[in-house]
Ligand binder design. Structure first.
Ligand SMILES: [Fe+2]
Length: 373
């Protein structure tokens, strides 16, 4: 069902007008390169162009559904420089990739807060607040990656001046609280409500056995926004269960080494190698599976939006539920031998062996029976 489904040019022409959206017209007019999101080997070194409107350098990264869902860009601030102030009627989540600096956020009422960040920091811009980013170093550039929900907002209003220049304080999102970016979060189950994580690379996580192999997990709600994000970590010699979901999950490697497999149902899995700074954005309903082949735990951050999560009637993401009962997660017991063989081979190159026996055994204790078995 998730193959490319390419049809004739004649049929495609009938939908050509609908394929374009106000967001796509706007993003082209920004004058930057727009690259496909599927796999970016390293966000920290991807080539950027001068970005007149922002006052830095940038590149847009669009996945197959960015025309209507969420988008991504990388931006760099030159040593000793700052970006232009901006406000916007869409939400934005930011991970600092390199360097250090600060951001000032203010509203129309005149409440103003400045906070500092460095590589590994994670934060969100409160809706429609003015904000300005400053590079704190005179020698090194500062680079960050953002995921936003600009596409549906620009598509809805189709008025760029309105989206970027409307005076309104959303006070339930930000009212100038002095401790707004003070790294005080409230943990509710797996969900941490916070506005700033100073060091996402070393943040303590919560155990989440549902995704396999004793991984750590934490979910974020930042700046009271509607988009979400999470961090997953998995131990040495382990890999996660394969699963699929909707488009727009931007997975960024924070630490460790390994690879991901991605494939549409019925195709052979394809391999995408990682390093710190790699981004993988699995296409709509493509299966994907992440493997740690290094000598340290591997950790990634995923920036998402609600449409990514296809949920069951109880509200549980189907990507967390076994395919045996109608979910979208492949149990270890049902994966192809190719998956295990490749993992074992890759580990051996680092002098390691799989540490999966415990996870396989634990899974069997609660595995639903196969349909027809
Ligand atoms: Fe996923």
């Amino acid at each position: 069902m998730a193959k490319d489904a390419i049809v004739s040019d004649e049929m495609a022409k009938k939908f050509a007008t609908e394929k374009d959206t106000p967001y796509l017209r706007w993003v082209r007019a920004e004058g930057l390169d727009i690259i496909g999101a599927h796999y970016v080997q390293n966000l920290r070194t991807v080539e950027l162009k001068d970005w007149a409107r922002r006052g830095g350098k940038g590149i847009y990264i669009n996945h197959e559904a960015s025309r209507t869902s969420n988008d991504c860009y990388v931006c760099e601030i030159a040593p000793g420089k700052k970006l232009e102030p901006q406000r916007q009627l869409f939400e934005e989540m930011i991970l600092v990739l390199d360097g250090r600096g600060s951001t000032t956020v203010w509203n129309d009422e005149g409440k103003r807060i400045t906070f500092e960040w460095q590589a590994g920091a994670l934060f969100a811009i409160p809706l429609n607040t003015w904000h300005q980013h400053f590079n704190g170093s005179g020698q090194q550039p500062a680079r960050f990656v953002s995921v936003t929900n600009a596409p549906p907002v620009i598509n809805l209003y189709e008025d760029i001046d309105f989206v970027f220049n409307t005076a309104h304080d959303f006070k339930t999102r930000f009212a100038g609280e002095p401790d707004y970016f003070s790294n005080k979060g409230e943990q509710k189950g797996l969900l941490l409500e916070t506005n700033l994580v100073p060091d996402a690379v070393n943040l303590p996580l919560i155990t989440a056995k549902e995704r396999g192999a004793g991984g750590g997990h934490i979910r974020f709600n930042m700046a009271k926004g509607s988009m979400n994000s999470h961090i997953s970590q998995f131990p040495i010699g382990t890999y996660k269960k394969g699963h699929c979901h909707g488009p727009g999950a931007h997975v960024i490697i924070l630490s460790g080494e390994g690879y991901s497999l991605m494939w549409p149902e019925g195709d052979e899995p394809k391999r995408y190698d990682w390093e710190v700074g790699t981004m993988i954005v699995p296409p709509n309903m493509w299966f994907h599976q992440h493997f740690n082949t290094g000598k340290t735990p591997a950790r990634y951050l995923a920036f998402k939006h609600e449409v990514v999560s296809v949920r069951n009637a109880q509200g549980v993401p189907k990507a967390w539920i076994s395919r045996r009962i109608g979910g979208d997660q492949i149990d270890y017991a049902d994966e192809s031998t190719l998956v295990r063989d490749m993992f074992s081979n890759e580990l051996s190159k680092n002098g390691l062996t799989p540490a999966m026996d415990e996870a396989y055994k634990t899974e069997l204790e609660s595995l639903p029976p196969k349909a027809g078995a």
